[in-house]
Design a protein around this ligand. Structure first.
Ligand code: OXD
Ligand code: MN
Length: 641
């Protein structure tokens, strides 16, 4: 048994024996938990009473051998790396500076949506009425009794022989009025190391907790495997579960060490709990990137954009614009917390501190900025390894010789299996992105001029459409659909409904979420314009009709001109589209603008039927009437066209 070096082994906190268990654990489990003593590091004494109580309860439940409160220091990060190397969870990538490779258990490679639940007293708090008692695509409900049982069935003694790390973390710059604090306890050093990249964590957060004791409690364990994998990666896939109890500000996750299942600040806190907090407090927690765009006149505007996973969010967030004189700077690539300020301006922060980006498809051609960001201080997970101690993935360029695949086996390209897992990731500090925006850590957030919704739609959906008004924009968000992604456990390329790109991330009833969005326009507020974009339309031969990537700056240019009130749009059945000649296409060869903007009537009548079915089957009486009004307008516009 390996002991984490920076914890004195003889440090025993007798107080831990008096700990009470309030994590849904039964009395019997409580008794078991009190066997033996737990070694706590001296920092525990510096915790605020609420944090300390949470840590002690968690320790009593999980029975770790040690408890270590993370300070976020470089020394701690080095000790973690040393430990993970000894355990075989990471290996160095000598080709780069401070880069590491992790291979997970092949059964633990993506978010597990089917095992992700939200708990509340009433099912309707979580799931729209139409799905009461059934499985819903818009939220998995769990009763308080089942929630407690899930915890008692899994957690007692689950950290025996391991260290429990306590990670105080801030989502958003420490001290910003838009930020929130969490404390994650976990038995995974990989999670601690990744949380250090993805959030602000350590002593400065403990300091902030002294001023405001409120925090979200996050309990995570990789669980106990009966069949430990050869990679040193612990997990318990058959019993994996991810639980949220918004009323108690609590997240509990068991059995997976991967990404959104275990880095609890990201999807669990910033989106699922975040959306509940946002509704309660009158703001928006969204699955959106944030970028700043400076035009040739030097005017800078910020936009937020929601795309489902694996639709090129990171690429757009780090775009190299092809239009001369334009500059794009990145505030965030995945999540936006947005609130109207006292002047009625919608302001956004990126609550994260790093990029947990999908590696495959990232290259000098598609995202040179990501390529310039990720080869320092990065943990790569499930990518392929080269013989020089570098990494490789599909879409990066020509495959070097002697590649070892993500499972650690020599890769044979001819066998047809991917070298890197399609959901393999880089976990990189945002600070090192060469185009990180100078305002990215601004406490008040950046002002948002436009909101984009989009998806991967090979057919029927035009390049860009502007919503006629806010309500129409909300309808655009509500009716978003996209091809399925490798970021979760779905198979195949089906077109899935993914409203607001939030389908797996709603913390409460989607009908109420829509009402919350509809309530945003208020006196004195300047509402951002809303647009729907689709970079992924194909022709009958299956080729993309739009070049995408840096050329998307042409669409952003039109969007910003519209934000300035320029008359460069015409009315179309779906909303406003660029007037003839308004979209800058100079220098783009063989563009079929007619196909790119065509809206075949049959396609849209069918789409309207799909939307109606979806609204009825998934939302029912919880759907705000405004959405039915918009659907009627959509049908009417096509009937008249
Ligand atoms: C992500 C996702 O990992 O959306 O960002 O799945
Ligand atoms: Mn995401």
């Amino acid at each position: 048994m390996m002991h984490f070096k920076i914890i004195p082994e003889n440090y025993v906190n007798k107080d831990a024996k008096c700990a009470q268990i309030a994590l849904g654990c039964s009395r019997a489990a409580h008794q078991t938990a009190l066997r033996g003593s737990i070694k706590l590091n001296p920092q525990i004494a510096t915790l605020t009473p609420k944090v300390r109580a949470f840590v002690e309860r968690s320790a009593a439940l999980c029975e770790p051998e040690h408890v270590h409160v993370c300070d976020g220091s470089d020394a701690e990060a080095s000790a973690l790396l040393q430990l993970m190397q000894q355990q075989g969870t990471v290996k160095p990538l000598p080709k780069y500076e401070n880069c590491w490779l992790t291979r997970t258990d092949p059964a633990d490679v993506a978010r597990v949506e089917s095992r992700t639940f939200i708990c509340s007293e009433r099912e309707r708090d979580v799931v729209p009425i139409a799905r009461a008692g059934q499985k819903s695509a818009l939220g998995n409900y769990i009763t308080p009794a089942d929630y407690d049982k899930a915890v008692t069935d899994r957690f007692p003694g689950c950290m025996r022989g391991r260290t429990m790390y306590v990670i105080p973390f801030s989502m958003g710059p420490v001290g910003s009025p838009l930020s929130k604090i969490g404390v994650e306890v976990t038995d995974s050093p990989y999670v601690v190391y990744s949380m250090r990249v993805m959030t602000r964590m350590g002593n400065k957060v403990l300091e902030a907790l002294r001023k405001d004791e409120n925090f979200v409690r996050c309990l995570h364990s990789v669980g106990r495997t009966s069949n430990p994998s050869t990679t040193g990666w612990h997990c318990d896939p058959p019993r994996t579960i991810i639980l949220h109890r918004p009323t108690d500000n609590e997240i509990i996750s068991y059995g997976s060490g991967y990404g959104g299942n275990s880095l609890l600040g990201k999807k669990c806190f910033a989106l699922r709990l975040g959306s509940v907090l946002a509704r309660r407090e009158g703001w928006l927690a969204e699955h959106m990137l944030i970028v700043g765009i400076t035009d040739p006149k030097g005017r800078k505007r910020y936009i937020a954009a929601a795309f489902p996973s694996a639709c090129g969010k990171t690429n757009l967030a780090m775009m190299t614009p092809s239009l001369p004189g334009y500059k794009v700077e990145c505030v965030g690539d995945d999540i936006a917390w947005m609130k109207f300020d006292k002047n009625g301006v919608l302001r956004a922060i990126n609550p994260e501190n790093g990029f947990f980006g999908v590696a495959p498809g990232t290259s000098e051609a598609t995202n040179p900025i990501a390529m310039a960001s990720v080869f320092r201080n990065t943990v790569f997970t499930n990518v392929a390894e080269t013989s020089e101690g570098g990494v490789w993935w599909e879409g990066m360029g020509a495959a070097p010789e002697n590649v070892v695949d993500w499972k650690g086996k020599p890769w044979n390209a001819a066998a047809g299996t991917p070298a890197a897992h399609p959901n393999s990731r880089f976990c990189t500090p945002a600070q090192q992105c060469p185009i990180i925006d100078e305002q990215w850590e601004s406490a008040e957030g950046v002002p948002i001029s436009a909101i984009l919704f989009g998806g991967r739609r090979p057919q029927g959906v035009p390049l860009v459409v502007e919503a006629r008004d806010w309500q129409h924009g909300v309808f655009m968000g509500a009716t978003m659909r996209s091809e399925a992604t490798a970021a979760a456990e779905h198979a195949g390329k089906v077109i899935m409904h993914d409203p607001f790109a939030m389908r797996p991330f709603f913390g409460y009833n989607f009908g109420e979420y829509l009402r919350h969005w509809l309530s945003m326009p208020q006196e004195g507020r300047t509402m951002p314009k809303i647009f729907h974009v689709n970079w992924f339309r194909k022709n009958e031969q299956g080729q993309f009709l739009w070049p995408g990537f840096g050329e998307n700056s042409r669409v952003l240019e039109w969007v910003l001109r519209r934000c300035d009130g320029e008359e460069c749009a015409r009315d179309a059945p779906l909303g406003r589209v660029p007037a003839a000649g308004a979209l800058r296409t100079d220098g783009l060869a063989s563009l079929d603008l007619e196909q790119l903007f065509s809206t075949p009537r049959d396609f849209w009548m069918q789409e309207a039927d799909c939307i109606e079915k979806y609204f009825k089957e998934e939302v029912g009486d919880d759907l705000p009437n405004e959405m039915w009004d918009e659907l009627n307008k959509l049908r009417k516009n096509f009937q008249q066209s």
